[in-house]
Design a protein around this ligand. Structure first.
Ligand code: DAH
Length: 350
């Protein structure tokens, strides 16, 4: 009967060292000390020996079994430890890895400019007023002193709808009348009216639908000075303290006198270029003192009160603020284009 010799021990410890998984070690355990293992079988074969040999070799074999068991258990424990280390390493949280930025929506550039204006005028004490986009010809034209055959109607190529006496409003000015009616004779009337308007226009700087903000102040003793102070304050806050402003005589049926407000051209800074047709100025709004007939149509006595009004295009102001030369992409819902406004940092996000 062959005892375990040193070659066999080397075989076992070599194989244990080479085993890289606990399954491999369990296989070695079966091979050596399992029910049909080498040492187990040798122990069983002891009964064939003489009592003397049995005693002697029994001691050796029992010691061998103990040693093999210890070696196997040690290796198992080693591998278990290694596996645990590896797992801990894999599961380690690296707090320095950059996170995945969630996509966040943002306000449309036109909404931002509208909110800038609303915020500015609300701080000046104005309140918001609204009117319908499908408007009667009375509110859109007649009440504003634009009679049926007045040439001013040609200035605003109108969308008519299939309802007699109704149009898509061509400006936000009808809210002047509606605002005065809602105030029902109380003073002051101090409103701004943002909203959509519609005209038969379509090119790089005119869209058939665009946005205006109307302003109206009615009180005792309102003068052109109030108009100027309000609008210059607006321009300097929106476009910077260094902006130049000027007021030019103009004509609107619903104001008398009428003035247009210009600001220094953003492209050339006022020296004159293609954008401003060499003048150094660009027009940003129409305004004036409210025509007596308009006050009357709103239910106010022009002998007692006066007022000023203004109307400005939000798109035109947005083009100025964001430096755009074409407004059409603003309506094309190209997310890539619209998201780029996120990087515009010159102004707080409103
Ligand atoms: N409603 C005019 C337009 O759409 C703009 C305007 C001019 C509004 C003068 C006013 C004003 O309130 O006083 O072109």
């Amino acid at each position: 009967m062959a005892l375990l010799d040193s070659n066999e021990w080397q075989d076992l410890s070599g194989k244990l060292a080479a085993a890289s998984t606990s399954v491999q070690v369990q296989e070695l355990r079966a091979e050596w000390i399992g029910r049909r293992g080498r040492i187990t079988l040798a122990l069983k074969a002891l009964s064939n020996l003489s009592p003397e040999e049995r005693r002697q070799q029994g001691q050796v074999l029992n010691a061998a079994r103990e040693q093999a068991t210890r070696l196997i258990d040690e290796r198992l424990e080693q591998l278990r430890q290694q596996e645990e280390d590896r797992q801990l390493l894999n599961e380690r949280l690296d707090m320095t890895i950059a996170g995945v930025e969630p996509k966040v929506g943002l306000l449309h550039p036109l909404t931002r400019v509208r909110r800038l204006l609303e915020d500015l005028f609300l701080r000046m004490g104005f309140s918001l007023a609204y009117g319908p986009e499908i408007e009667t010809t009375w509110y859109n034209f007649e009440a504003l002193n634009i009679p049926e055959n007045h040439p001013a109607r040609d200035m605003q190529d109108t969308f008519f709808v299939d309802l007699p006496g109704m149009v898509l409003r061509t400006h936000t000015s009808p809210v002047q009348i509606r605002g005065m009616e809602a105030a029902a004779g109380s003073l002051p009337v101090k409103i701004i009216a943002p909203g959509r308007v519609f005209r038969r226009d379509d090119d790089a700087t005119h869209a058939p639908m665009f946005h205006q903000i109307e302003g109206l102040v009615v009180d005792r003793g309102i003068t052109l000075g109030d108009l100027k102070g309000t609008l210059v304050a607006m321009a300097t806050e929106l476009l910077g303290a260094s902006i130049g402003t000027r007021f030019r005589p103009s004509y609107f049926p619903f104001t008398e006198p009428s003035v247009e407000m210009d600001v220094t051209c953003a492209a050339c800074g006022g020296t004159g270029c293609r954008t401003c047709k060499g003048t150094g100025w660009v027009e940003i709004l129409g305004s004036g003192l409210v025509h007596p007939v308009v006050l009357q149509n709103g239910g106010y006595d022009p002998q007692e009160v006066s007022g000023f009004a203004f109307g400005l295009g939000i798109e035109r102001l947005a083009m100025r603020i964001f430096g755009l030369d074409d407004l059409r992409p603003l309506y094309q819902n190209d997310l890539e284009y619209l998201m780029a406004f996120d990087r515009y940092t010159g102004r707080p996000m409103l």
